[in-house]
Write a protein that binds this ligand. Sequence first.
Ligand code: ADP
Ligand code: ASP
Ligand code: MG
Length: 812
Amino acid sequence: MKVLKFGGTSVGSVDNILNVKKIVEAIDEPVIVVVSAFGGVTDQLLYTSKLASQGDMSYQKELDDIMDRHLNLINDVVPAIEQSHVLQQTSTMLEELENIFRGVYLIKDLSQKTSDTIVSYGERLSSYIISFVINGSKLYDARLFIKTVKQFQKHIVDFEMTNRLIKEMFATLPKVALIPGFISSSKDTGDVTNLGRGGSDYTASILAAALNASILEIWTDVDGFMTADPKMISSAYVIDRLSFIEAMELCNFGAKVIYPPTIYPVYHKNIPILIRNTFNPDAPGTFISNEQDTGKNKATIRGISSIDNTCLVTVQGLGMVGVIGVNKRIFRALADNGISVFMVSQASSENNTTFAIKNEEADLAVRVLNEEFALERAQGEINDMVIKKDLATVAIVGEFMKNTPGIAGKLFGTLGRAGISVIACAQGASEINISFVIKKKYLRKALNSIHDSFFLSEYKMLNLFIIGVGTVGGHLLEQIEHQQQKLMKQNGVKLNVIGIADINKILMRREGLDLKTCIRDLYASGLDSSPELIIDEILQMNIFNAVFVDCTASDDIAGLYETLLNNNISVVAANKIAASSMYKKYALLKETARKRGIKFLFETNVGAGLPIINTMNDLINSGDHIFKLEAVLSGTLNYIFNTISEDIPLSRAISMAVDARYAEPDPRIDLSGTDVIRKLVILAREAGCEVEQSDVKTNLILPEKYFEGSLEDFWKQIPALDAEFEEKRKKLAVKEKRLRFVASMHDGVCQVGPVEVGSHHPFYELEGSNNIIMISTERYHDYPMVIKGYGAGAEVTAAGVFADIISIANIR
Ligand code: ADP
Ligand code: ASP
Ligand code: MG
C-alpha cells in the first residue's frame, strides 16, 4: 500500500486536479491520498480572518472570492450527474464558514480556536470535492483519527492514540482512501486543530507509518528535492537520492518542499519518501531512504537551505566563565516559555552563549532571560542580553562532509570573497551540517555564491557590469556574445552581463541582458546615468561573483574602484587613469583586492591585447627580478615616425595618424608623450618600483611652444617643423637608423623620449602602429624577453579585457 500526498500547488486549478485524477487512477494497488487545501486557500482564509477581526468589511470580498473559486471548480471537475449534490453540500459548508466570519467581524475577536476552525475549511472543502473527481475514492475525516494534545501554544500529535485510531479506521482499505491533510482534533476537547503550516505532508507521513506503507510519495510542483530553493537559485538542480538525515537537516532549515516533522514517522519505520512532480510525472524525482548515495553524485555537499527569520540572542558576562549550569538555566527558561532554539554557538572561553530563535520570539526571550539572571545582572556577573534581529541562517548539508577536510574552509572562503561577514556559526560533531548566521540582506548573495562554489559542476557564473559601450565596450559585448556558448561548454564559465552604462544611460537587470539588443535597449529604456547612480545600482543589486569592467577613459569612473573593491566586486579596467594615478592610490587598490581575495586587473593599460603585465607578474612571482624595461608604447608616434618620408612631411603624418584614429583628436596628448608616461609608470610599478608620473624624465620630440596654444594654432604652426624633421630622417637613413619614441626603466629610473636605433636593434623593424617591449631580468639577461604586436585598436583591446575577465572566472 502506498500513501500519496498532493500539495496545494498540485490542486490549484482544474488542469492540476485532472492530473491528480490521472496519476491516482493509474495505480493498481490500494492507495491513501492526502490532499491539501486548493493552492493559496489557507493563506486566503488567514488573511480574510485578519480583515474580519479588524472589523474591515472588505473581508466579504475575499470570502466571496474563496466561495466562487470552490463553486466554479465543481462545475469544471465533478461529473455532471453529481454536480448538484456536491454544489449543495459545498454551499452548506461555505455558509457555515460565512457565519463564522460574520461572528468574527461583529465581535472583532479571533481566538486560536476560531482561527483553527476557519483554516480547517480549506482541506475539508478540497478533500470533499476531490473525492468526487477520483473514481472509486472514499472520503475520510482526518479529525476522527489524527489526535493532538497541547504543549505550550502548539498542538502536537498524540501518537499512541492516533496510531491506534488509524489502524482501527483502516482495518480494511478501500481502493482509494481520500483524506484531508493538515487538520486534526484535540484528544481532550474534540475541537478542530491542525498540524502547522505545510502540515499535510505530516498527515501523510503519520498515515504511512501507522499502516506500514511501502512508500510515501509527496507530489508537488518541482521535479524533486533540489540543491537549493529554485525560487532563489535558478541553477539549482534535482538531487536523485538523499538519506533521511540529509533530508531532515535540509528541511529543518527551510527547504519548504517537505514539512520538517514529516521525516520522523517514516524514518522510524524505514519507509522511503519519493518527491515527485504532479506537472511532470515522468521525472524520476528524489528518493529519500536510509541508504547513503554511493552513486556518481557522491557530492560532499548535498544541499543548501536557509531561514530568513532569525534573531541572535547573546548571554554574556565574565561571571559565566567556568560556572556550571548557566546553559542549563538559559535553555530551561526558554523551554518553559515555549521558545524554540534552532542554533547554538558557544566560545570555548565560556564567556558567552549565542543562540538563534525567530524574530517574533526575541522580546519574550530577552524578558525571560533577564528575569532568570536578575541576580547575576545586579551583581555585574552577567550583562544585559544582546539581541540582533533581521538575520538569516544558512545550512549546508551532506553526509559525505564527515571526515572531508576543507569544507568549512571553502565555505567561509567563498563567503569572504563575496564580502559577507559571518555573525555566528555552528557545526555539530556529526559533521553533517554547518550552519551560519548572516545579515538578511546578504541571503540571496550568500546562497548563490555557495551554490556556485559547491555545486555548479556545469559552469561557474560571472556577473558583469560593463561601463562604456563605445568602441572597446561595444567590441567586448560582441565578443562575449560570440563566445558565450563555447565558454559555457568548453570552459564551464557563464558570463552574464547584468548591467551596461555609458555617460548618458544606464541599464541593469539581475537576470541578465540580451546581448543582441542591449545597446539599443540601453538608449530606449535606460535611466539617466551618473557615476553615483552607477555605484548605487550596483551595490543595491548586491550580486555574487560580480565584475566591474571599465571601458571608459573617465576619471569619475576610475574614482569608483575603491568602493567597488571594498564591496568585493572585482575590477577590470581598460581605463589607465587609476593604475597611473598617485602611487598611493594604485597601491591601495591592489592591496584592497588582494586582501579581499578578488581581482583588480588592467592588462590592456599597456600594449592593448599584448600579454605584458601578466608576463611581468609571472616572472616576478616565480622569483625573477626585472631590472630594465625598454619599449615603444605609442602606436601614434611609431606610426608617425614610420610614415614620414620624402613625400609625407611631419605635419601630414600627424594628420594621417588622427584620421586613422591612432591618435587622440588632439594629437598633442600623444606627441607630448603623456600617454607613454602613464604606460611606463604602470609598467615600472608592476616591476616593483614606487614611481610617480612626475619622476619620469621626458625629452619632447617637439619644442615646448607647440603644446602651448590652441589646437588650431598647433595645426597652423606645425608645418614649420616639416623641413627639419625630413632633414633629420634623411641623415638617419644614410646611417641606416630610425627614430623611435622609447620608454625605458633602468633600475627604477624612468625616461621617455626619441631614440635613434640602428638596423640591428629590435626596435628598428616595427611596422605601423605596433608596440614592442623588451624585458631584461636576472634570467633573461643577455637576451631580453621581447613581446611585440598590435599595441592599439578597439578589437585587440576588447580581447585583452575579455582575457582579464576569464582569468577571474578561473580563480574560483
Ligand atoms: P506543496 O503545496 O506541494 O506542499 P510547497 O510550496 O509547500 O508545495 O513546497 C514546494 C516548494 O518548495 C517549491 O515550489 C520550491 O519553491 C520550494 N523549495 C524550497 N526549497 C526547496 C528545495 N531545496 N528543493 C525543492 N523545492 C524547494
Ligand atoms: N494547507 C496547509 C497550508 O497551506 C497545509 C499544507 O498545504 O500542507 O499550510
Ligand atoms: Mg508544502
